[in-house]
Design a protein around this ligand. Structure first.
Ligand SMILES: Cc1cc2nc3c(=O)[nH]c(=O)nc-3n(C[C@H](O)[C@H](O)[C@H](O)COP(=O)(O)O)c2cc1C
Length: 182
């Protein structure tokens, strides 16, 4: 089974990317998780889309189409999810008739510096995913608060409890996504 990790933060040293790296390490045998870098996706512009979708967008959509499920890492900015993530989803959601997001199973993880654990960001992302046709796994969720102390200097997740929760979520996602396979 192929899972595509999408990180809503493009900064070096992102804790959210660190969660996806931990998911890669914790994935069961036979499950691969590739992490897609959305930084090169330009701001959505319907005029550009009408001419021809940029190569970075085509590559992103192709990666989504080739995945059995998505694992979306969702940082919290000002009480919501990030603009770069919304922009990438907006591109991928077009055209509506052929979007690779339609019917795609997904799970959410998120790490915040403070106590919220990205609860507000994940709550804001859910209706957007629904609007794109993504089927989000309701449970178990992974919301990681006070992230800084849980990673080493190389953004390896060192907290065993969080690792366990991520492993359990990936296992649940594999089962969930299995129901959507032909
Ligand atoms: C513009 C901006 C707004 C932020 N707003 C929030 C917020 O509303 N709630 C929160 O818990 N953290 C907030 N933060 C802190 C981020 O959640 C924190 O920096 C987190 O580590 C970012 O994810 P990353 O490490 O994957 O880049 C904000 C950070 C930035 C840059």
């Amino acid at each position: 089974m192929k899972i595509l990790g999408i990180c809503g933060s493009v900064r070096q040293g992102s804790f959210n990317r660190g969660l996806l790296c931990a998911a890669q390490e914790e994935a069961p045998e036979g499950v691969s998780i590739d992490i897609y870098d959305i930084e090169s996706i330009q701001p959505y512009n319907a005029d550009v889309e009408k001419e021809q979708a940029p190569q970075a967008v085509a590559a992103f959509k192709s990666a989504i189409a080739g995945a059995d499920a998505l694992l979306i890492a969702c940082p919290e900015y000002n009480g919501s999810f990030t603009g770069v993530l919304k922009n990438a989803l907006d591109w991928a959601s077009r055209p509506v008739s052929t979007t690779p997001l339609m019917g795609k199973p997904a799970a959410l993880v998120g790490a915040s510096g403070g106590p919220s654990g990205t609860a507000r960001a994940q709550a804001a992302l859910l209706p957007v995913l629904m609007g794109c046709g993504v089927v989000t796994m309701p449970k178990p969720g992974v919301m990681v608060r006070n992230s800084a102390g849980l990673f080493d200097d190389d953004i390896n997740l060192t907290d065993q409890d969080t690792r366990d929760r991520i492993r359990q979520q990936v296992e649940a996602l594999v089962t969930f996504a299995g129901r959507f396979r032909d």
